[in-house]
Design a protein. Structure first.
Length: 302
């Protein structure tokens, strides 16, 4: 399993598609800051998007926008249109009382959210941008992304049994493919996603994620990367943003949290599974990182 897959498995993506709806002019909706990752797909027509006080973005049919960190934003057919509360818009549509009905069709949207356990993985969250915009044109560079988008649109129109579950599961796949597209197009030189694009560092991250119990040190990590110890240490720190030792410790804590939340395995065995020679050493490190002992974390959660 590659490093990204192991992270996605840890954070447990879930999705919810709120609606597919036609909006007639004038229309607008304002989405407040959220603890989930909002997304919108423009099926037909066009609209404007504005994030906080940043420049207005024009969206066209085929565009996908994702707000991984739940930043506030608005969507509308024009700058001057009244912006209804997003929750009110969703509720109205779900109650079959749409509020943007009229003769002047402007836009068809599919809207929803992705959620994941933010307490389990700091690396993934630190590397996520506040806004991902994949245009219809760029989608064609990634045929699988275009296929998923078309499937969601098609399934949203069907009246077949299991529609809601199918759409939500497809949306989860959409998130994964969107992150993949973002990584491939990412021009940042630092961060987790930049490290994934570096073949040598990606190989090291995969090994760390797969074998957290291994007695990793600078020598065997550098050997895994096919680099000298000094070059590897500097390259890892410069791109990932932390030392290999700190990264390994953080990943071990992430894995330990998962075991504590989802299993009845003893704390001593968890310590061994994530690379600690003694339960006492594991307890010290876990408490330093999480501000709770493993036993307390298991009992009361985050």
């Amino acid at each position: 399993m590659d490093a990204l897959s192991s992270l996605l498995e840890i954070i447990k993506i879930k999705s919810a598609v709120y609606f597919k709806a036609d909006f007639s002019s004038p229309w607008g909706m304002s989405i407040s800051t959220s603890d989930v990752a909002q997304f919108h797909m423009v099926v037909k027509g066009k609209c404007l998007l504005k994030i906080n006080q940043e420049e207005t973005v024009k969206l066209h049919a085929g565009d996908i926008v994702i707000f991984p960190t739940g930043d506030a934003h608005w969507l509308a057919d024009s700058e001057n249109s009244k912006k209804e509360d997003g929750l009110h818009v969703v509720t109205s549509i779900q109650q079959n009382k749409p509020i943007f009905k009229g003769e002047h069709f402007a836009t068809t949207l599919i809207c929803g959210h992705f959620e994941f356990d933010k307490n389990l993985d700091p690396f993934f969250l630190k590397s996520l941008p506040s806004f991902i915009h994949i245009t219809g044109i760029k989608q064609k560079e990634f045929t699988w992304l275009e296929t998923i988008t078309n499937l969601i649109m098609s399934e949203s129109d069907t009246g077949l049994l299991g529609k809601s579950i199918a759409v939500n599961k497809l949306a989860e796949v959409l998130f994964i493919h969107s992150i993949r597209a973002y990584i491939l197009q990412n021009t940042e030189k630092t961060g987790f996603f930049a490290a994934l694009k570096n073949p040598k560092l990606s190989r090291v991250l995969k090994s760390i994620h797969k074998n957290p119990q291994y007695r990793w040190n600078l020598e065997n990590l550098a050997k895994e990367a096919g680099m000298s110890r000094t070059l590897f240490a500097n390259k890892f720190r410069d791109i990932v943003g932390e030392t290999p030792h700190h990264y390994i410790t953080n990943w071990r804590i992430v894995k330990a949290k998962k075991y504590l939340k989802e299993s009845t395995v003893s704390i001593a065995e968890i310590a061994e599974r994530v690379g600690y020679s003694s339960e006492a050493a594991f307890n010290r490190t876990f408490k330093k990182k999480v501000q709770k002992t493993p036993a307390l974390y298991r009992r009361i959660g985050n």
